[in-house]
Design a protein around this ligand. Sequence first.
Ligand code: KIV
Length: 258
Amino acid sequence: MKNTLSRLYKKDKLTMITAYDALFAKIFDDIVDIILVGDSLNMSFFGESDTLSATLEQMIYHTKAVCNGAKKAYIVTDMPFGTYNTPQKALESAIKIYKETKADAVKLEGGAEKADTIKLLTDNAIAVVGHIGLMPQFSRSEGGYKVKGKDEFEKEKLLNDAKAIEEAGAVMLVIEGVKEEVAKEITESVSIPTIGIGAGRYTKGQVLVWSDMLGFFNEFKPKFVRRYLNGAEIVKSAVRKFKDDIISGKFPDEEEIY
Ligand code: KIV
């Protein structure tokens, strides 16, 4: 049964994972509540050093693939950098995503300054997920990935951002790279579910990038990532075995020929 918003709202804890293709979306679909087609795909899937060059076409292509693989999970697609810098542009971009894919919601980064945009999208029948705290699309302008909520000013700003996003009509809120006690306060101050990534233990849900948590992306491991699998090593040893079998003449054998 499809995970609708009303079903998600009834759950105590929410599990979200990223996916970029039908193969992995199908594997995750039975288990998780929400699949995020994150613009992190520009880094882990496409090999770029940040998310900024992700395009709308790229996001639509990967969202279509994820929707082909996942039938139950609620699917959220990231709006890439530069596709929502005015409310009108955001509406056009979000309509394109909704028309060309089966995404349930779009996610956009930003605080109170994005409230008008979120309201316009919501008023036009597009579900929006907010994203505050450490916002990867700001990594170039802010000179890196900075944990937020470290002082009173940042805390007040985050609380104000969360309230504005909720009032504008967002259906969920991702909180990334925020001090645990601040993420807890935000979670308690809004009625929409909060999904944390590097935001401590008290958000309603948690999200991780699949290639981080399954050990396929090993160049850098943020503190908040827990590796549940040593994916790269498992795959490498299988491919090494394949190569060895070819060289030794063990593959293919009698049962693998016509
Ligand atoms: O792009 C992404 O994968 C994200 C998560 C880090 C929340 O936005």
